[in-house]
Design a protein around this ligand. Structure first.
Ligand code: ATP
Ligand code: MG
Length: 409
């Protein structure tokens, strides 16, 4: 048996019991296969609670794609060898050298599920440790208590697995295990982070964007599609973006409502539309990038009045974050540089100089008496365009497919 390179996937087992566990693992395997699409490594195998991916080409590329699959806790580069001591020893030395090229402290830990293997676990550890010392002189020293670096040897039926160290995974839950929601995606810094937080907990997302063309430029929409393209890398499947034509609603509000309530009423329309799109796509929650106190529409009073238009749960994963924390997340995710491009958002176009910080529900409702709410909503939905974003690009979906909810997802 030739030595083979594998990546072994460790997943969080906390809270996973019985049937849930199988669902979780099946979904995780599926998502790994989707993330590796186009690479020769896409043949994932699962056995005895282990998910492994063979490394056939560029290990870094495979590892980088796996780092974007939620549900993975750690990725271990493994050498699989014949179940013979010399092969195990050579693999252990190579793994240690790769993890600690300049020397350091280590410990060998061995396990043996193949009980026919002639050495007991402690004997394997001693033989491997002895070999490492013999080959490297004083470069490495043994540390038996609280070792930072562990050379793991596992002798299993199908071969011996040897590894030292691991790369961190994205953690969270596999996308698709947490139901489906819509994310209100603006071109700002916050909402892409909210989308990431939704996906991290396993939620399958559809994005809803409100555009005010021609008051906002086509580049404003492009910015949102570029954000969706980055986010799609973490979704392991395309993300659909519903671009709602919001201009007529904004014009109607501007014409019929007092200026200081403009944002409040505009946002009530956004939530009504988001709820409708959610229903059409079998989604049962709405995510936003709001955080208390950030702007006038994010006071508790504003959120109360705005939120009153929907009974669907509105989830705000950034609710307690400061801007700095959100920015750091956005940088990690890879959306920050796109979000800070200077194109205007639909909110800024009609921004009144003094938006109401403490609006009242009765007043907002009274003002909406002057608007044809249902007709405006229906007209905006009728002019919604749907795009599908993947890490490689964005395509507009033909209308028939969009109407029938056929996104190829
Ligand atoms: P962001 O950085 O996400 O734009 P923000 O701090 O600018 O957030 P607001 O403009 O008040 O805050 O928007 C609050 C939330 O409402 C956003 O996080 C987003 O979820 C949603 N939202 C705002 N504008 C739009 C839009 N044009 N299309 C879709 N959702 C939007
Ligand atoms: Mg914004």
């Amino acid at each position: 048996m030739q030595e083979e390179q594998l990546l072994m996937i460790k997943y969080g087992e906390l809270g996973l019991k019985g049937k849930n566990k199988n669902q979780f693992i099946n979904r995780l395997v599926k998502n790994i296969e989707l993330a590796l699409a186009g690479l020769p490594e896409r043949k994932v195998s699962v056995s005895l609670g282990r998910i492994t991916v063979p490394v056939l080409g560029d290990r870094d590329e495979v590892a980088a794609r796996l780092a974007r699959v939620f549900g993975i806790y750690a990725i271990c580069p493994v050498r699989r060898t014949a179940k013979e001591l010399p092969a195990i020893q050579r693999a252990a030395l190579a793994a240690l050298k790769e993890a600690l090229p300049n020397g350091g402290e280590f410990k060998v830990e061995s396990r043996r599920s193949d009980k026919r293997f002639p050495l007991l676990s402690p004997e394997i550890s001693r033989a491997v440790g002895g070999y490492i010392f013999a080959q490297t002189g004083e470069l490495y020293t043994a540390q038996m208590h609280k070792p930072k670096n562990i050379v793991n040897v596992e002798v299993r039926d199908e071969g011996a697995y040897v590894y030292c160290g691991s790369l961190p995974g994205a953690k969270g839950m596999p996308v698709g295990t947490g139901g489906r929601a819509v994310v209100m995606l603006s071109g700002g810094i916050d909402s892409p982070v909210a989308a990431f937080m939704a996906m991290k907990r396993g939620v399958n997302i559809e994005a809803v964007h409100f555009e005010s063309y021609p008051f906002t430029s086509e580049r404003a929409l492009q910015k949102v599609l570029d954000l969706a393209q980055v986010l799609a890398g973490w979704h392991n499947r395309p993300i659909r973006v519903h671009a709602v034509h919001f201009t007529e609603i904004q014009k109607a509000i501007h014409a019929a409502c007092p200026e200081d309530y403009g944002i409040t009423i505009m946002r009530r329309f956004m939530f009504r539309l988001a709820e409708q799109i959610a229903r059409r796509n079998a989604a049962i929650a709405i995510y936003t990038g709001e955080s208390v106190g950030q702007v006038a529409s994010q006071t508790l009073e504003s959120m109360y009045v705005i939120n009153s238009v929907t009974k669907m749960p509105v989830l705000r994963p950034l609710i307690g974050f400061d801007k700095e924390e959100i920015v750091a997340r956005a940088q990690q995710i890879g959306t920050f540089d796109i979000s800070i491009r200077p194109y205007e958002d639909c909110c800024t176009v009609f921004l009144p100089p003094h938006p109401k910080i403490k609006p009242r529900l009765a007043e907002a409702e009274a003002m909406e008496e002057n608007l044809a709410v249902d007709e405006l909503i229906a007209a905006a939905l009728a002019r919604t365009k749907i795009y599908a974003a993947t890490p490689d690009g964005v395509t507009e979906q033909p209308e028939a497919a969009a109407e029938a909810g056929l996104g190829g997802l």
